[in-house]
Design a protein around this ligand. Structure first.
Ligand code: GDP
Length: 197
């Protein structure tokens, strides 16, 4: 597993705290409770990763996990996890906008969505950021174990079609489960490829 060495590196609350923009990184986004932490842990193949992102006070930070020197997975806070003051939200929005617009190291975006509630506004917004930048994005329809195979296939097909019409062919999608590990290998390949591993 090329992502096996992933470990917590740092949390960045503003642009000054980011690691130097000389590496290669893949960002992970998802609504709160979508299953992003579980997906990160499943990709790394161990459970030590993403708990840190959920500590109160870290909901407005980019959390960097180092896979190798200068190779990072970046956990964007799950939207809707905590109510935050209005100014903080504005600061956060500006930071995230700037990160997406100018971060040279950013090579792709993974959007984690609960397969039972795909393509909410936040998911579309994040996918839009990536596509505007000309970056590829990959959607994980996670908690696939909650549905039967037939329903999984139907949802996958419907989401794939909708993503294609909204964003074109730079966005891919797959079913996934942090619980059953379905789709973990497939997702790992995408992330490792973007990281150049
Ligand atoms: P996050 O807020 O997006 O980081 O979500 P978590 O990874 O913490 O998951 C939220 C809840 O969904 C937890 O109760 C997890 O146990 C559950 N969960 C996450 N992934 C899966 C999955 O693939 N299958 C099932 N059945 N439950 C999951």
């Amino acid at each position: 597993n090329p992502l096996n060495s992933a470990h917590y590196l740092l949390s960045a609350h503003n642009a000054r705290q980011l690691p130097p923009d000389t590496g290669v990184e893949v960002a992970f986004a998802g609504r709160s409770n979508a299953g992003k932490s579980s997906a990160l842990n499943a990709l790394a193949g161990h459970n030590a990763l993403a708990r840190v992102s959920k500590t109160p006070g870290r909901t407005q930070q980019l959390v960097f996990f180092q896979v190798q020197p200068e190779r990072y997975m970046v956990d964007l806070p799950g939207y809707g996890y905590a109510k935050v003051p209005h100014e903080l939200q504005a600061h956060w929005q500006a930071f995230l906008d700037q990160y997406f617009r100018s971060r040279e190291a950013l090579r792709g975006l993974v959007v984690v969505m609960d397969i039972r509630h795909p393509l909410k506004d936040y998911d579309r917004q994040m996918l839009g950021y990536a596509v505007q930048r000309g970056l590829p994005a990959h959607a994980l329809l996670t908690k696939a174990d909650k549905l039967g195979r037939g329903q999984q296939a139907n949802t996958l097909q419907a989401v794939r079609k909708e993503l294609f019409s909204a964003f074109g062919d730079t966005v891919s999608v797959q079913t996934f489960s942090g619980e059953s590990k379905q789709g973990v290998e497939e997702a790992r390949k995408v992330v490792a490829d973007w990281l150049g591993l």
